[in-house]
Design a protein around this ligand. Sequence first.
Ligand SMILES: [Zn+2]
Length: 111
Amino acid sequence: METLPNCVKCQSEYVYEDGALLVCPECAYEWNPAELAEEDAILAIDANGNRLADGDTVTLIKDLKVKGAPKDLKQGTRVKNIRIVEGDHNIDCKIDGFGAMKLKSEFVKKI
Ligand SMILES: [Zn+2]
């Protein structure tokens, strides 16, 4: 018998399979282990070594030049609701006055 992982939410050992999903009978959480593995593959680590996730708010740790923008992004600029994406610039976000752009996680820190 294949060993199933513990529940992602409550660490319960009584997880069972329901098709492609894993289901926890204790907290009723359902998840797809394949999707979870995919998300895990995209890592965004901030300047302090903290892992960033979708929806986090971060601030810039240095001024950044923005191609095509009339001004630089200033250190300390707050960026809300980031999205982690694959690639060299691994943060997808919108910044007031600049619009949609991509940042490198090493130039931000989580609040
Ligand atoms: Zn659970």
